[in-house]
Write a protein that binds this ligand. Sequence first.
Ligand code: ADP
Ligand code: MG
Ligand code: MG
Length: 251
Amino acid sequence: MALLEIRNLHVSVEGTEILKGIDLSMDTGQVHAIMGPNGSGKSTLAKVLVGDEAYEVTEGQVLFEGEDLLEMDPEVRARVGVFLGFQYPVEIPGVSNTYFLKAAVNAIRKHHGKDEMDAMEFLQLVKERAKTVKLDETLLQRPVNEGFSGGEKKRNEIFHLSVLEPKLAILDETDSGLDIDALRIVADGVNNMRGPERGFLVITHYQRLLNYIVPDVVHVLVDGRIVQTGDKTLAEELERKGYEGYEEAAA
Ligand code: ADP
Ligand code: MG
Ligand code: MG
């Protein structure tokens, strides 16, 4: 069974169709990259997968481990193991990083019929993971992302990923102009977490990130449609040729 199966997905925003029939099948253990020009619908796809209500699914299906993902509330999607790394991370005033994660971890555990994690055990886990992703320990007690630098936010996103251990991680890095340090933080974090129990959907405008996170499959999204699917060499080809050829064909 596929980890994620998208079938003929059509999505509209305020009456305008943005995604025009997406098909994508991803197995666990894989990294799929979605590349495409600005405005092609990459972030729309990410947001629809996590249940953003601004986006209306007008046709099609999304299955997560065979279950209807679109029927699930956003909270349930998080609990079954879908994670979205935000292009612009949200700040959560008054809620410490550790507290936020503890609530999230326990919600996931509860969903799977497990008891809450022991407080000491949890503290050990966050400290260990903070160390692994080189997150400054002082950031653990600060409100989520509040006043964090750009690099700290990126590191915090990867930190959350490493604590929550989602089955499907969606990273939308489009247009965010990651500097080389942030790029390495994201890439190292993802590469450390690659494994048979997890899949990644890495969304990016630039090929650069994919030099560090080498994808198994690359999809090219233009004007709401996947116009080509291939292996990592497709990303390299796009870097040389750009999207113009596809855009002309779409127009
Ligand atoms: P990408 O991430 O590939 O740059 P987006 O998915 O962000 O593209 O946007 C695709 C198209 O949908 C754009 O034309 C954008 O203006 C439009 N769009 C996306 N989200 C909204 C929204 N919440 N309201 C109105 N239009 C939107
Ligand atoms: Mg269609
Ligand atoms: Mg985007």
